[in-house]
Design a protein around this ligand. Structure first.
Ligand SMILES: [Zn+2]
Length: 506
């Protein structure tokens, strides 16, 4: 079996074979049936979701010799030539390599001629956001007054970079990432039809590695079959993907639950001896912790056919929910830190030890803590500004604190308001870091909620600015009142530019 044969062979050639884009297909079918054709279509979506595949299918629908149809025959000259990539009226341009205005001029000239063979001349421009500005302007001329025989199909991973003048002339469709279950189901069908022996547990591994792209999934499947000498075996696939056998991770968490640090280190060594990817291991550890949390909070959501289900349920009982949450955070953070660690093994081990170190002593055993004779937790006096300045926060979490006003608080819930223009600060990760900072300060769990609204100048940032403004005004007064400055101004007929005056640093 030659490399990538499946990816090409199973490339969808009709709407019916296109997996997972039903919403787009439905709209296009309808338009084709009613012959309500637009002259420019824009397909957006991440790489590998099938934008250019869909563009070619649409080109066939428009040019099939049986007539404009959502069901191109696949047999006529036009259909066969489009499938074979040699139809003279289907012009495919990759803007990632042809960003120049010359190409667009040529396109503009070409657009003036009627189609050679087909009903329409179809221009497919992939990664259209990469076109230069003059090239966009040149294309716009054709888009503004499109000849009746021209159709544009534009595709992009980044629609925000397309000028609005172009966007407004396109009918836009957003292609979705393929869900893992849909990818796994499709692979199963392909394998059955290709009569390739396979282990079912290998399918979700490919589906996950493909990250939403059916094209990548099929390429990986090809590689895996070649790697497995004609068969798809889970063990060989794990080796190929650098994926981690879950039993290592289960053993790690079991050692964590019993507080056995040396066992954890020994397992990490075993993993290194097998040259497993520690980045993938941390990713998988986080998803295992997610499943433990599911078992604790919504047991019904845990898949019935999950391998190792019993061990996950046992872990859910052995580790308390807060610790699981914390370990999840530590695993994610550990992935970020991995590139900075002396080496991957060290980074991985440090992450595990961090989980062990932050493990609340009594809480790991099955007897749950009820009363905690802790130091009296700090109480909140309602002064948000003072509180924010006390918290040891950094980066975005700090800015979120500084730019927010407290709307209400009670029962450990802090309701914050930020201005809409600070929306970038209101993301999950900053909110969670601020929440963690508050939790550490008060010694109990707290919840932070962020809403958008008007702040009334009571944020730390606003107060800082006001103070700075006052200091500046003071500096301006001092400069303008200075006799020497006045003399200079009179002498040179000048003026003092207020904005250049800097207040003294205190
Ligand atoms: Zn046809």
């Amino acid at each position: 079996m030659s490399y990538q044969v499946l990816a090409r062979k199973w490339r969808p050639r009709s709407f019916a074979n296109l997996v997972g884009q039903e919403h787009v297909v439905k709209a296009l079918r309808h338009a084709l049936e009613k012959q309500r054709l637009h002259h420019a279509y824009l397909f957006t979506g991440t790489r590998g979701v099938g934008k250019t595949t869909l563009a070619r299918i649409l080109a066939k629908c428009l040019n099939c010799e049986t007539g404009i149809t959502p069901e191109p025959c696949g047999k006529c000259g036009a259909c066969v030539e489009i499938d074979g990539g040699r139809f003279p009226d289907l012009i495919e341009i990759d803007a990632a390599t042809n960003t120049g205005v010359d190409e667009m001029r040529a396109l503009q000239d070409n657009a003036a001629y009627v189609p050679v063979r087909g009903r329409f001349k179809v221009f497919v421009i992939d990664e259209v956001h990469m076109l230069s500005k003059p090239a966009f302007n040149s294309m716009l001329k054709t888009l503004e007054e499109p000849p009746a025989h021209i159709k544009f199909i534009l595709a992009t991973t980044d629609p925000q970079k397309i000028p609005v003048t172009v966007l407004s002339r396109c009918l836009q469709f957003n292609l979705k990432q393929m869900p893992r279950a849909a990818i796994a189901a499709h692979l199963e069908k392909v394998l059955a039809e290709e009569k390739v022996a396979f282990e079912k547990e290998a399918l979700p591994l490919i589906a996950r590695a493909a990250a939403g792209s059916m094209r990548d999934a099929l390429s990986l499947l090809d590689q895996a079959i070649a790697h497995g000498a004609g068969k798809l075996a889970a063990a060989g696939l794990r080796e190929m993907l650098g994926a981690v056998d879950e039993t290592y991770l289960l053993r790690l968490l079991e050692a964590l639950a019993s507080g056995d640090g040396s066992a954890m280190a020994a397992i990490a060594d075993e993993m290194q001896a097998r040259t497993l990817s520690f980045d993938v291991a941390l990713q998988d550890l986080a998803s295992l912790l997610l499943r433990v949390t599911l078992a604790q909070t919504v047991p019904g959501a845990l898949e019935e056919d999950l391998p190792e289900r019993e061990r996950v349920v046992a872990l859910a009982k052995a580790i308390d929910p807060e610790t699981v949450q914390l370990c999840y955070q530590i695993a994610l953070q550990g992935r970020d830190d991995l590139s900075l660690a002396p080496d991957e093994h060290a980074g991985f081990l440090m992450t595990l030890l961090r989980m062990l170190a932050f493990r609340p002593d009594e809480s790991m055993t099955s007897e749950r803590k009820e009363e905690q004779p802790k130091a009296k937790p700090a109480e909140f006096d309602g002064d948000w500004v003072a509180l924010v300045q006390k918290l040891p926060l950094a980066g975005g979490a700090k800015e979120l604190g500084r730019n927010s006003e407290l709307k209400s608080h009670g029962n450990g819930v802090f309701e914050l308001v930020v201005q809409k223009n600070m929306a970038h600060l209101a993301g999950e990760s900053f909110r969670e870091k601020l929440q963690a900072g508050l939790a550490a300060h008060f010694g109990r769990t707290v919840k932070v909620q962020v809403a958008f609204g008007e702040t009334r100048g009571g944020t730390v940032a606003a107060l800082d600015n006001a103070e700075k403004g006052a200091r500046h005004a003071e500096a301006v007064r001092a400069v303008q009142g200075d006799n020497f400055v006045q003399e200079l101004v009179n002498l040179f007929d000048g003026r003092v530019v207020d904005s250049t005056i800097r207040e003294k640093q205190r």
